[in-house]
Design a protein around this ligand. Structure first.
Ligand SMILES: Cc1cc2nc3c(=O)[nH]c(=O)nc-3n(C[C@H](O)[C@H](O)[C@H](O)COP(=O)(O)OP(=O)(O)OC[C@H]3O[C@@H](n4cnc5c(N)ncnc54)[C@H](O)[C@@H]3O)c2cc1C
Length: 377
């Protein structure tokens, strides 16, 4: 990849990818492996936004039913990616408990499990006493749980550098600290950045929460709202929590990673907007996240939280990702904004690469048409 400040030997590429997160780098790797010349343009350092700061959960049980098959396919992609990158990605198919703390939550838990089972997910119902037998570290206040072998996690801090390095080795040109300001569409696309202009035959928009702003540069409206998600990490502790834990109401994700630290998330909201670029912790909110974590796993009470942080996640009106060609453009594509985008990023990035290469993707993508809200606009 090109170092910052160098002259680029070429400014013309088969494909320009805007955004160097998990979607963009996975797409670029697929294209480069197929022999295309590819540039990934990023306003800051690639792997510097959501892909870098997420909680690393690869949980199927906390996905919408429509996304369950994609999450199961994504496990295959993750496994191939680990082989392709040839390094430890912290990938663990640990299995996971999704828990309920009262009868209303238990009803919700079982309803969601039934919907997920209808689309192929295998989960096991656990009673309160089953939980005591299988996971005595979970609080006696939990009244029910479902268990799924296909829940797990990976380490964003291990995945990012490995993915960047492999993209580099495959010939991808990484153009960092290059803010995209303008796009001229046509047979050949010109992307205007703070580091000059670059041209491509095709353009892939994989700019996460900013994808709507990039699409607007070519006259396409992509509705995206912003979540400012928070995550906390504890000091390392003796390995106890062997499985990932999620919550019937979607308000908790918890795992103990290789060094013994516990990562606590669950979509509690921090403070910031795309305009002010703030990604601040809301202490009012995070306290609820931590209290809930302790309520579910009382042993956490003795651990110090060493850091909390926040990051941007783009959300579509139906919480399904965008993946496909942009309306009215034959050579501009988008993949962005999956709920659980780290989980599905390698798969969806690869599918976008396939679509650009061959005109079709190896998995169905009609549900994700970026034009699906056009009539409502
Ligand atoms: C705190 C947090 C916790 C999360 N936890 C999980 C989890 O546990 N499991 C899970 O599956 N998902 C999780 N997610 C969601 C997941 O991280 C995202 O869905 C996923 O990383 C999105 O990847 P991306 O490549 O689309 O976007 P990003 O990683 O955000 O990459 C987009 C890139 O586009 C670049 N860009 C934007 N505008 C421009 C421009 N004008 N010019 C050039 N470049 C531009 C940005 O600099 C950025 O690098 C979490 C998200 C957050 C914020």
């Amino acid at each position: 990849m090109q170092a910052l400040g160098s002259h680029f030997p070429t400014r013309k590429f088969d494909v320009i990818v805007i955004g160097g997160g998990v979607f963009g780098l996975s797409c670029a790797l697929t294209l480069a492996d197929a022999g295309k010349s590819v540039a990934v343009v990023d306003r800051s350092k690639a792997w510097g936004e959501a892909s870098a700061v997420n909680a690393g959960s690869l949980a199927v049980q906390n996905k919408l039913p429509a996304l369950v098959p994609y999450t199961l396919w994504a496990w295959q992609t993750w496994q191939s990616l680990a082989q392709r990158l040839g390094t430890d990605l912290g990938l663990r198919r640990s299995g996971g408990y999704k828990i309920a703390m009262d009868d209303v939550e238990a009803e919700r838990l079982h309803k969601i499990a039934a919907e997920q089972q209808a689309v192929g997910l295998i989960t096991m119902r656990l009673s309160k006493s089953d939980l005591r037998t299988h996971a005595s570290w979970i609080s006696e206040d939990c009244v029910a749980a479902t268990y799924c072998e296909d829940d797990g996690y990976a380490s964003p801090t291990l995945v990012g550098p490995a993915l960047r390095r492999s993209a580099e080795e495959a010939g991808v040109t990484l153009i960092e600290h290059a803010h995209v300001d303008t796009i001229q569409s046509g047979d050949r696309i010109t992307v205007g950045t703070s580091r000059g202009e670059f041209q491509g035959d095709r353009l892939a928009i994989t700019a996460g929460a900013w994808s709507g702003r990039i699409a607007a540069m070519v006259g396409v409206e992509l509705p995206i709202s912003l979540d400012v998600n928070m995550v906390s990490v504890t000091e390392p502790a003796r390995p106890t929590i062997k499985k990932i834990v999620t919550h019937a109401r979607g308000v908790l994700t918890l795992k103990q990673v290789a060094n013994g630290s516990c990562l606590i998330g669950g979509g509690w909201q921090g403070i910031g907007t795309l305009d002010d670029f703030r990604k601040d912790i809301s202490y009012d909110q995070i306290i609820h996240n931590l209290r809930l974590a302790i309520r579910v796993i009382p042993g956490l009470k003795s651990l110090n939280v060493v850091r909390s942080w926040a990051g941007y996640e783009g959300v579509t009106p139906d919480s399904l990702p965008y993946l496909g060609k942009l309306n009215g453009h034959d050579n501009i594509y988008c993949a962005a904004c999956a709920r659980g985008g780290f989980t599905m990023g390698p798969l969806l990035g690869q599918l976008l690469g396939e679509l650009i290469l061959t005109g079709t993707a190896s998995k169905p993508i009609d549900l994700f048409d970026p034009g699906r809200f056009a009539d409502a606009a």
